[in-house]
Design a binder for this molecule. Structure first.
Ligand code: ADP
Ligand code: ASP
Ligand code: MG
Length: 455
């Protein structure tokens, strides 16, 4: 390998699930790694579908289902192994991991836990990275496999763990940095380890975040996110085929998109990039020649309407209390309870006697959808009458100086007059307007807004 002067010139490349879904996809991703001598760290997701299968296994199921799921996980790995010259050696290693998965599935059928789920899902990333090293070996490139848990120290919030930046920095500089000048390191996204040595995960889609964190602590020059679309679009191109690619977008606009549900980037991804001023590129591993989006500090003439984001599975809590009339401290009490239950509130509106707030139930591998525990509901009910509405979606209109435009409300509500809008948040930020809508209408609302505001 040619030596590139120092880590300031090294690039980290992250490949998502579809980019390592099978042998062909892995080879395309390998082309990208081999084409750029500056790429020295490669972060991989599990092959597409594997994380979902492992989560299902970790939730506990009957024997037939267990066997069916295990078979599917195995088939995805074997379909790749069958193309490898080193099949015998690597098959043994993968078989050992598949055995672990089967044991964990047996434990899960007795008792589930978020810790077990994280241990289970980590196998997806471990297997994809081991196989990718073999794909590169077959291409005469000798890369080093690296267990990211050696450096990605997190707290013990299974399913949505927070990395400890100081420790990550110290450990990565000690164990990872010395390897970069003469090798490509292949490592896992998404997974980490707590102080007690237990496997944790950073939340669904967390591999993007891993890549950005490693880039920050290793002082790398760029983060390349390779996925299944050639860049960031004005909205999810699966929902709106007419969506336009954004060639250049500022950190804060892209962060706003990610926060409000644009799956293309994990919501936390841009924090490390912003802190370290590292540009992020997003492109398609299937069509690297199609270019992509650069996310950077600033862009010239950012448009008024930048993008639409959609986040599903939102819950609305309405808390009614007569005591709230002229009372002080009601909101403080509510938020204290929510804090105790580790629940973060998204949107909030208040009236004289009630407060409505939305909770985000997407994102974590573990307690998905069950934020509203009995303990929480009991505490809230002691204070006020609680109403819960589920199956809602949040549509966010993201742009620039939106609060300074006359007639914007009329424009938006005019085109949406046939839909029921459950709640609105407008004014807290000049970068977004959020609409809470029935889950079943959400895509139609995004299409309607896109054709009226963006096309
Ligand atoms: P990966 O597995 O590579 O991380 P993801 O499925 O997490 O890929 O993210 C890519 C997907 O994000 C695309 O296939 C697309 O459907 C979706 N997506 C949502 N919003 C956007 C957007 N604004 N621009 C591009 N893709 C988007
Ligand atoms: N494999 C994990 C997931 O499916 C992490 C990732 O793909 O970023 O959520
Ligand atoms: Mg993703």
């Amino acid at each position: 390998m040619n030596t590139v002067a120092d880590s300031h010139q090294f690039v980290i490349a992250k490949f998502g699930g579809t980019s390592v879904a099978n042998f062909e996809a892995m080879n395309k991703s390998a082309d990208i790694v081999l084409a750029n001598n500056h790429v020295r760290v490669v972060v991989l997701s599990a092959s597409a579908g594997v994380t979902n299968l492992l989560i299902e296994l970790a939730e506990g199921c009957d024997t037939d289902k267990r066997n069916e799921l295990l078979q599917k996980v195995k088939q995805i790995q074997y379909d790749i192994i069958d193309h490898l010259q080193t099949a015998n050696v690597i098959r043994e290693e993968i078989d050992r991991l598949l055995e672990n998965i089967a044991h964990l599935a047996d434990s899960a059928s007795l008792a589930t836990s978020d810790a077990l789920t994280d241990e289970m899902v980590s196998h997806g990333e471990i297997m994809s990275t081991l196989l990718f090293v073999e794909v590169l070996r077959q291409r005469n490139s000798h890369s080093q496999w690296f267990d990211v848990r050696k450096v990605m120290r997190t707290n013990e919030q299974f399913g949505r763990a927070e990395p400890d930046l100081e420790q990550l920095k110290a450990l990565a500089q000690q164990h990872l940095l010395p390897r970069l000048p003469d090798s490509v390191v292949i490592t896992q996204g998404f997974i980490g380890r707590d102080a007690k040595g237990r496997t944790t995960t950073l939340g669904r889609g967390g591999s993007d975040y891993t890549a950005a964190l490693l880039a920050e602590v290793l002082n790398l020059s760029r983060v390349d996110i390779w996925t299944d679309v050639p860049g960031i679009y004005s909205t999810d191109p699966r929902v709106v085929p007419n969506a336009q690619r954004i060639d250049e977008i500022a950190f804060d606009e892209a962060a706003e998109m990610a926060t409000f549900g644009a799956k293309i980037l994990h919501p936390a991804t841009l924090l490390p990039a912003v802190r370290a001023g590292i540009p992020v590129f997003v492109g398609s591993s299937k069509a690297p020649e199609a270019g992509g989006t650069i996310v950077c500090d600033q862009t010239v003439n950012p448009p008024q309407f930048r993008a639409l984001a959609l986040r599903r599975k939102q819950t609305l809590l309405t808390l009614h209390s007569l005591k709230m009339l002229h009372a002080r401290g009601f909101l403080a009490e509510i938020f204290t309870i929510l804090l105790r239950h580790n629940i973060s509130v998204d949107l909030i509106t208040t009236s004289e006697v009630s407060v409505a707030l939305t909770l985000d139930t997407t994102g974590s591998t573990g307690t998905n959808g069950s934020l509203l525990t009995n303990a929480l509901m009991t505490e809230l009910s002691a204070l006020c009458r609680v109403e819960v509405e589920e199956n809602l979606a949040l549509v966010a209109i993201i742009g620039n100086q939106l609060s300074q435009v006359n007639g914007l409300g009329k424009q938006i509500f005019g085109v949406l007059e046939s839909f029921n809008i459950r709640m609105i948040s407008y004014g807290a930020s000049s970068h977004n307007i959020c609409l809470l809508v029935p889950g079943d209408d959400a895509e139609e609302i995004v299409r309607t807004l896109h054709s009226n505001l963006f096309e």
